[in-house]
Ligand binder design. Structure first.
Ligand SMILES: CC(=O)SCCNC(=O)CCNC(=O)[C@H](O)C(C)(C)COP(=O)(O)OP(=O)(O)OC[C@H]1O[C@@H](n2cnc3c(N)ncnc32)[C@H](O)[C@@H]1OP(=O)(O)O
Ligand SMILES: N[C@@H](CCO)C(=O)O
Length: 350
């Protein structure tokens, strides 16, 4: 690993759609965000607690048309939906837990490079990712320009900012201050830092949405028959409780910590002569888009990317009241960007 740790063996879970062409030229890499997984499209089912998170994007006739493209989505290294992470067994048969090595986005891309090699894909026709997935997509294009045919970056950044590290750092504190955290070695205790993970998710979820959306949707309304003046909750508190409980059911706190630390480490300019020099390495035709109401990854960060990547078109804005989560919710606008980029690259007019 970049920080010096070692993983003697790595497993990457992945899902695919469509067929790889005989010359392996039609492969598209989709990279998920912090609590996403490899299930980009399709219904919930065994092994998939939630329906696909970009369900409308992949399939016959859709932007990632499976009659034409072979779509690959790995679960990130360090995650908990099939790929090696803190809940995986280490040598000796016990979970890695707190002994799991520190990861960076570059380590995660190195693992994904191994997956591309194993699948016989020398060059992706397109690499696309949002938020944390966008960090990895960017690292792909900077580390392997010759293997990245086109690049779509959504609601992401060239480097985690002070505020992003601060908000994430509070979430890390919430998890680590849960007595069931046990230094990360809780996986075989039958308990876990569920309270801490739930707190982290509540805070994160507020940052994923916009202030006007919360105001319009919930206002000051109490939850059902509850009375906030007598120990009851406001609707918005109940909404956050719901999202906290949902995440605790499907996500490992150890992975949340490892992935958050990896996001905080993200700086595409590190050891590359700085941000501008790093962005100049990108040769892929690129579209960069932000969400106009995103307060966590503000469009100024995507403007920096669009200005710094020589092969990037002007910054695009996804119109949405949903804040950062707009890149997950506004699937039609994302689909339009995918279609535009694939049309441009297919006709060679980049
Ligand atoms: C790349 C990835 O992130 S992939 C993994 C999928 N992503 C996630 O799970 C991230 C976390 N979730 C989210 O960010 C969002 O829920 C999204 C982006 C997936 C979807 O957003 P939206 O469609 O706007 O859903 P929204 O945030 O409104 O949540 C709806 C849920 O809140 C519940 N809810 C709404 N109001 C209340 C309330 N007052 N009290 C309790 N629950 C409430 C709804 O019943 C619904 O429950 P359900 O999801 O179990 O069906
Ligand atoms: N809702 C997204 C936001 C992070 O980009 C997630 O949980 O992964």
């Amino acid at each position: 690993m970049e920080a010096g740790g070692e993983l003697p063996a790595v497993r990457l879970a992945f899902e695919t759609w469509g067929r790889l062409s005989s010359d392996a030229s039609n492969a598209v890499l989709v990279l998920h965000a912090l609590t996403g997984d490899s299930h980009v499209a399709g219904p919930a089912g065994p092994g998939h607690p939630t329906p696909g998170w970009w369900d409308g994007l992949i399939g016959p006739g859709r932007a990632l048309d499976t009659d034409r493209w072979f779509v690959v989505a790995p679960n990130v290294l360090g995650g908990c939906q099939g790929s090696t992470g803190p809940s995986s067994l280490a040598a000796g048969g016990r979970p890695w837990g707190g002994g799991f090595p520190f990861l960076t986005q570059r380590d995660q891309v190195a693992a994904e490079t191994g997956l591309a090699d194993a699948l016989g894909i020398d060059r992706w026709a397109l690499v696309v990712g949002g938020s944390m997935g966008g960090m990895r997509a960017l690292e792909w294009a900077v580390t392997h320009p010759q293997r990245t045919g086109a690049l779509l970056l959504l609601a992401t950044t060239a480097a985690a900012s002070a505020e992003q590290i601060a908000l994430s750092g509070i979430q890390l504190h919430a998890i680590r201050s849960d007595p069931h955290w046990q230094g990360g070695d809780y996986h075989d205790t039958g308990r876990g830092p569920h309270t801490g993970l739930g707190l982290a998710r509540r805070l994160a979820h507020v940052s994923y949405r916009s202030e006007p959306e919360l105001a319009v949707r919930f206002g000051r309304t109490p939850q059902a028959t509850e009375d906030p003046w007598r120990g009851g909750r406001y609707q918005v508190e109940s909404y956050l409780d719901h999202h906290a409980a949902k995440l605790v059911r499907r996500f490992d706190a150890g992975s949340y910590v490892v992935l958050s630390e990896a996001m905080n480490s993200h700086d595409v300019g590190r050891d590359r002569g700085g941000l501008r020099a790093a962005l100049r390495r990108v040769t892929a035709p690129t579209l960069v888009a932000g969400v106009d109401s995103d307060r966590l990854y503000p469009p100024s960060q995507q403007a920096e990317l669009a200005a710094g990547i020589p092969s990037a078109d002007d910054l695009r804005l996804i119109e949405s009241s949903y804040g950062h989560d707009g890149f997950l919710i506004e699937v039609e606008q994302v689909a339009a960007l995918v279609r535009e980029l694939l049309t441009t690259t297919a006709t060679g007019i980049a």
